[in-house]
Design a protein around this ligand. Structure first.
Ligand code: GUN
Length: 280
C-alpha cells in the first residue's frame, strides 16, 4: 500500500517557517488579490488566500470587481496596484469572465509583483532556467512535496497529464530542470493507459475523475485534479485502486491543494524581500 503524502502537514510546516520570518520584519508583505465576478470556486479560493495571508501577519487586500467590468477598467486597477509601493504581490484569480482577454490582463502585471509567475517575463525565465524567477504556486508545491519525501527526480520518467499554463506546462519545465525525462499527455492523448503504466511518476492535472486507474508497481502519483462531483470533491486519480500499486500518492483533498496556498505565501514573502532589497 502506498504512503499517503500529507500535503496539509507539509504546508503547515512551510507556513510556520514563513510566520517566524514575518514576525521579525518591521514592514509586512502586502498581497493584492483581484477577483472578477462570482465564480463560486474562485470565491472560496480567494477567501482562503486572504485568510492565510492575515494569519501570517501579511497585509492583504481583495478587490472584488463586477463580472461585466470592461477590460480597460480592469487594466486600470492593475496599473494602480503596479504603481502602489505598499503592494508587493498581485494575483488575478483565474478563470476570468469570457469577455476579458486573459493574456492582456496577466501581461499587465508588473513582473516584480507577479506572484503567480504567469507573465511572459517570469514564465520565460522559468522556461530558460534563468533565476531569479517567480515559480507558479501549484507546480512549486508539487516539487516541494516530492523533496520533502526524498523522492528523487533525476533520470525518472515523469508523465504529466494536462497542458495548462497554470500546472501542466510549468511542472514539466521544473521536472526537466531536475533531470527527469518528461512526457506530456492530455485529454486527446491516445493510449494513455500504456503511457501511465510505463512511467515512474504520474502527475495528473487534467480535471477528469478516474483518468488514472492503474499504475506500475512503485509509481509515485501526484493528483492535482479538483473535480466537484455529486459524491463530493474528487481528484483525477482512482485513489483506492491506484494506492494498491503506488509507492507514494497524494490524496484529494489534503495533498497538493494546501501546498498551493503555502507557496503563494512563500512567493509573496520572496517578492517582498526582493523589493525591500533583503534578497538578491
Ligand atoms: N485559478 C486556479 N489556480 C490558480 C492559480 O494558481 N492562480 C490564479 N491566479 N488563479 C488560479
Amino acid at each position: 500500500m502506498a504512503v499517503i503524502i500529507d500535503g496539509k502537514k507539509i504546508a503547515e510546516k512551510v507556513i510556520d517557517n514563513i510566520k517566524k520570518e514575518v514576525d521579525l520584519l518591521e514592514r509586512k508583505p502586502k498581497l493584492a488579490v483581484i477577483l472578477v465576478g462570482n465564480n463560486p470556486a474562485s470565491e472560496i479560493y480567494v477567501r482562503n488566500k486572504q485568510k492565510m495571508a492575515l494569519k501570517l501577519g501579511f497585509d492583504s487586500v481583495v478587490l472584488t470587481l463586477p463580472a461585466d467590468i470592461s477590460e480597460e477598467n480592469l487594466l486600470e486597477q492593475i496599473y494602480i496596484l503596479n504603481e502602489d509601493v505598499n503592494i508587493n504581490a498581485i494575483l488575478v484569480q483565474l478563470p476570468l469572465p469570457a469577455h476579458l482577454n486573459k493574456q492582456r490582463i496577466l501581461e499587465a502585471i508588473e513582473p516584480l509583483k507577479d506572484v503567480d509567475g504567469f507573465t511572459t517575463h517570469n514564465f520565460g525565465r522559468l522556461s530558460l532556467g534563468y533565476f531569479p524567477c517567480v515559480v507558479p504556486c501549484t507546480p512549486k508545491g508539487i516539487v516541494r512535496l516530492l523533496d520533502e519525501y526524498d523522492i528523487s527526480l533525476e533520470g525518472k520518467k515523469v508523465l504529466v497529464i494536462g497542458r495548462s499554463n497554470i500546472v501542466g506546462k510549468p511542472i514539466s519545465l521544473l521536472m526537466q530542470n531536475r533531470n527527469a525525462t518528461v512526457t506530456m499527455a492530455h485529454s486527446k492523448t491516445k493510449n494513455l493507459e500504456e503511457l501511465i503504466l510505463s512511467n515512474d511518476i504520474i502527475i495528473s492535472a487534467v480535471g477528469i475523475t478516474n483518468i488514472v486507474n492503474q499504475v506500475s508497481k512503485g509509481a509515485v502519483v501526484i493528483d492535482v485534479g479538483i473535480n466537484r462531483t455529486e459524491n463530493g470533491l474528487k481528484g483525477d486519480v482512482n485513489f483506492e485502486l491506484v494506492s494498491e500499486n503506488a509507492s507514494y500518492i497524494t490524496p484529494v483533498p489534503g495533498g497538493v491543494g494546501p501546498m498551493t496556498i503555502a507557496m503563494l505565501m512563500e512567493n509573496t514573502l520572496e517578492l517582498f524581500k526582493i523589493q525591500e532589497k533583503l534578497l538578491f
